[in-house]
Structures are given as structure tokens and as C-alpha cells.
Design a binder for this molecule. Structure first.
Ligand code: UD1
Length: 343
């Protein structure tokens, strides 16, 4: 059985990916400092898969502690999710974002080199493209200026890995550029559960609908788009999770021709914020309390993916629509709210 380290394993995409990895026969070890996640998600993973995943609660910015994990365990591959991920927060805390996202990556790369790990998968983001002049974006679309420090950490992270790959041919790396991950596992046992205030669109929608928030503020309706709100490519988290398994299998089977390859992971469709709200209202049969507010600093206007490369090379096709995303996110919101509100 191949052993994989998942950093950020208690986080949103990390936890869903662990489920998919286990279902595909991998042994998984997690590391998470739980700065924005809850260790109890591991119970949910056990409920779904029957497997207890070991987690090391350390901060990856600490090289010595990170090294100790690599020397305790022998990993065949590493999937590196652990990072701060709020576009808006990063604008106000650039140093925090550079410190956390870049130092942790640097330490992981040091350990991959020292402990000779053969496969490395990196969580990148479509935010690397900035306000792209061409849509949909392909993996070769040139980067524009990063719109936020978060996006810049992803541009810099990718560059660090490319430079590392040039002189470390023993490690095959894959850079996965996520578009907008959302939704939850069909069981509603795990889903997006940040311990800090949620600020991504879909959890804000479901929290508003269930009454944890007063309203959703739509950040701007004066953009140059079909209804004035921003356009994104929302991808279901379980589709995204499966893409990681496929990417790992791809590098493990030695099918990649280069030792650092990049894939877009979206569904290839642009959805406006107002369309996303409508999709939720239809699925959940509720009227959402929302209002139009100011633009949010750091937002790009519109972005969606050309998905041909991932389909062709990884044999991967997303199977969930925006309505599936809203349905599963809503089921998860209801389940987690019931779990914390005593009868
Ligand atoms: C960004 C990245 C994405 C990354 C994610 C991590 C881009 C283009 N995408 O997503 O790759 O995975 O960060 O967090 O940079 N919105 C509202 N009201 C809200 C919340 C959001 O109107 O309360 C709008 C935003 O303005 C945006 C859309 O909803 O237009 C999606 O926002 P969000 O879910 O925060 O994700 P991004 O910032 O697009």
C-alpha cells in the first residue's frame, strides 16, 4: 500500500481528499496545526471509510518538527494543502500569508528532498492567472498581476516548485490549480467547517439560509459581466478530491513526461454570484436574504477553466453541477447545525 502524507488533512479539501484516497487503496497520514480546522473531522472520515487516520498536530513552518514526521514515516507521496486561503484577509495581512504559505512549502520541499519522496502534489489556485485577458484560461494562459497576496503566494509557490523540480528529477510534481471548490460529501458527515469565520461564497450562503448570519452581501454588481456580479467556476469538492487521487496515480505510474506538470481543476463553466444564489434558492426552496454591497478588494472579475488537459492526461471528468454543489452544501449545513444545537 502506498503511503501518502496529506498536509492540511483536517481542512476542507484535505479531508475530502483523504476519503477518496482511502477509497482508492492509499494509506494516509495527516498533518494539520488546526489553525482553521477541527480535528474531529477525522472521526467523520472514520465513519465514512472505516479507517482511522493518524494526524500530527504541528505547524509546518517548524522545520525540525516537520523533519521528525518524515523520519518517523516513509512517504511515497505528499499532497500539500495546508495554507491560509482567504483572498480578502490576505490583502490586510500580506506578511502573515507570505510567512505561513511560503515557509511551510519551503520546509515540505526540504523534507521531500532529504527523505527522497518521489511524488509531490501542490494545491495551487486559479487566482494565479489574475484578471486574465483570455477566457476560459488554459494551463498556458500567461499570469497577470496577482490581485491579492494570497494569489501571489500561489504564484510564488508554483515558481519555487518549478525551480526545485529542475534540479531534483527524482521527484515528480504536479501543480493543481483549483477554481472554486464547494459542496460536501454526499453523506453530509464531512463538509466545509472552518473554525474561523467562513468567507467563501457557498458557506456564507448556507449559513445565511440557516440563520447563522443575517444576510449575504454580494460583493459588487457593477462588474462588466452578464449580471454585474463576478464570475467563477465552482467545482464540487469530491470531484476535486478525486482529481488528487488521479494526479497521484498519474505520477506514480510514471505517465507524466515532465517532472513538473500543471492542471486546471474546474468544471469549465462560469457562474455569476447571483446565478449561484439562484441555484441555491431553487435547490433549497428558500428565499435567501441578500443585498448588493461594495466590491471586495482582491477579487478578479471573471475566471473559468478550459478543462481539456486534465481530462486528456488524468482521465478525469467532474460529474457534479452547481446544483449538486448547493444540494450537498445545504445538507451538510443542516446536519452540522443539528449536531451542535441540543434538542
Ligand atoms: C479564491 C480563488 C480560489 C481559491 C479560493 C480560496 C480566485 C479567482 N479564486 O476564490 O482559487 O480556491 O479563493 O478561498 O481568486 N462573494 C460574495 N459574498 C460573500 C463571499 C463571496 O459576493 O460573502 C463573491 C466573491 O466576491 C467572489 C465569489 O463570491 O466573486 C467567490 O468568492 P469566494 O468563495 O470567496 O472565492 P474566491 O475568492 O473567488
Amino acid at each position: 500500500m502506498k503511503k501518502v502524507l496529506v498536509t492540511g488533512g483536517c481542512g476542507y479539501i484535505g479531508s475530502h481528499t483523504i476519503v477518496d484516497l482511502i477509497n482508492n487503496g492509499f494509506e494516509v497520514i495527516s498533518v494539520d496545526n488546526n489553525s482553521n480546522s477541527d480535528i474531529r473531522v477525522l472521526q467523520g472520515i472514520r465513519e465514512i471509510t472505516g479507517v482511522t487516520v493518524k494526524n500530527y498536530t504541528i505547524d509546518l513552518c517548524d522545520l525540525e518538527k516537520t523533519r521528525r514526521i518524515f523520519s518517523n514515516e516513509k512517504f511515497d507521496g505528499v499532497i500539500h494543502f495546508a495554507a491560509l486561503k482567504s483572498v480578502g484577509d490576505s490583502v490586510f495581512d500580506p506578511l502573515g500569508y507570505f510567512h505561513n504559505n511560503l515557509n511551510s512549502l519551503l520546509n515540505i520541499l526540504h523534507c521531500i528532498k532529504e527523505f527522497e519522496v518521489g511524488q509531490f502534489i501542490f494545491s495551487s489556485s486559479c487566482s494565479v492567472y489574475g484578471n486574465s485577458k483570455e477566457l476560459p484560461v488554459t494551463e498556458d494562459t500567461p499570469f497577470e498581476e496577482a490581485e491579492s497576496p494570497y494569489a501571489r503566494t500561489k504564484q510564488m509557490g508554483e515558481q519555487m516548485i518549478r525551480d526545485f523540480s529542475k534540479v531534483n528529477p527524482a521527484t515528480s510534481s504536479v501543480l493543481l490549480r483549483y477554481f472554486n471548490p464547494a459542496g460536501a460529501h454526499e453523506s453530509a458527515i464531512i463538509g466545509e467547517a472552518p473554525t474561523n469565520k467562513a468567507n467563501n461564497l457557498v458557506p456564507v450562503i448556507t449559513e445565511t439560509a440557516i440563520g447563522k448570519r443575517k444576510e449575504l452581501v454580494v460583493f459588487g454588481d457593477d462588474y462588466d459581466t452578464r449580471d454585474g456580479s463576478c464570475i467563477r467556476d465552482y467545482i464540487h469538492v469530491m470531484d476535486l478530491a478525486n482529481a488528487h487521487t488521479r494526479a497521484l496515480q498519474y505520477v506514480m505510474d510514471d505517465r507524466n513526461s515532465e517532472n513538473c506538470e500543471v492542471f486546471n481543476l474546474g468544471i469549465g463553466e462560469g457562474v455569476t454570484v447571483l446565478e449561484a444564489v439562484k441555484a441555491f434558492e431553487e435547490v433549497a426552496q428558500v428565499d435567501l436574504n441578500y443585498r448588493i454591497g461594495d466590491r471586495r478588494a482582491g477579487d478578479v472579475v471573471a475566471i473559468y477553466a478550459n478543462m481539456d488537459f486534465a481530462a486528456q492526461k488524468l482521465g478525469w471528468q467532474p460529474t457534479h453541477s452547481i446544483k449538486d454543489i448547493m444540494r450537498t452544501a445545504w445538507a451538510w449545513e443542516q446536519a452540522r447545525t443539528e449536531a451542535i444545537v441540543p434538542n
